[in-house]
Design a protein around this ligand. Structure first.
Ligand code: SF4
Ligand code: SF4
Ligand code: FES
Length: 238
């Protein structure tokens, strides 16, 4: 496969011609903040945390959904990007109810870690404090909509890794939510195989194993990675 040459943060880098900027950065050892990206699952550019600056382009571009081009001059860590990343994180915290101290994912949450890494120590926007339900109908798993950042990782994993198509997104704007089947309690979703892949993929405390209490929700990503890798390398057929 042909290779493109580009510059990332002043460093000459080469990347596969169909690579995304995020893949080129990862390959070059440059870490970008991400929330909706999950290795092995297609990207949708939902969280806008991986935005980068490209010389000659006055828009910020999501690294996970933008392909590399020959001669691109990419900047991943500028004052403008740091400003937008903080702002995006603050809005995520203000939109729903992220009370970390009592969250099942406290200490193991990607949103929380990213906020710390980006120096987000307070929220300048009014907390919306919406009233969202917690679905504890499923025997093994629960869904707390208060912690959901609508990254859609669970939806993509449910459709494209498990092939069940149970998780979906419904509604718009502030009413947007992740639903099971036709918006019924999780326990009544006939298509759900109870595989738990959605739970393993969630970056926050929105999806959890029932019985987990504050700080106890540690995800076993290695299981998900194993499934994704085996699928990509067609190890099922061996
Ligand atoms: S447990 Fe599996 S099938 Fe059920 S919603 Fe989650 S990913 Fe889909
Ligand atoms: S439940 Fe978790 S994985 Fe699904 S959209 Fe919400 S935060 Fe993302
Ligand atoms: S990781 Fe790129 S937009 Fe979320």
């Amino acid at each position: 496969m042909a290779v493109k040459t580009l510059t990332i943060d002043g460093r000459p880098v080469s990347a596969q011609e169909d690579a995304t900027i995020l893949q080129a950065c990862t390959e070059a050892g440059i870490k970008l903040p991400t929330l909706c990206h999950l290795d092995g699952v297609y990207d949708v550019g939902a969280c806008r945390l991986c935005l980068v600056e490209v010389t000659g382009n006055n828009k910020l571009l999501p690294a996970c959904t933008t392909k590399v081009r020959e001669g691109m001059d990419i900047h991943t860590d500028t004052p403008k990007l740091r400003h937008y990343r903080k702002l995006t994180l603050e809005l995520l915290f203000a939109e729903r109810n992220h009370t970390c101290a009592v969250c099942v994912s406290n200490g193991h949450c990607e949103l929380q870690s990213l906020a710390a890494d980006c120096g987000m120590d307070h929220v300048r926007y009014e907390y919306q404090s919406p009233r969202w339900p917690v679905d504890q109908s499923h025997a093994l798993y629960g869904m707390d909509h208060n912690r959901c950042i609508l990254c859609t990782r669970c939806v993509r994993v449910c459709w494209h890794i498990e092939g069940a198509g149970t998780k979906n997104v419904a509604g718009r704007g502030a009413k947007c939510e992740v639903i099971t089947d036709l918006k019924q309690p999780w326990a009544d979703a006939d298509t759900c195989t109870s595989c738990g892949k959605c739970v393993m993929s969630c970056p926050t405390g929105a999806l959890f194993y029932r019985g987990a209490s504050a700080g106890e929700m540690v995800r076993d990503r290695s299981r998900l990675e194993f499934i994704v890798n085996a699928r990509e390398k067609q190890q099922w057929n061996a």
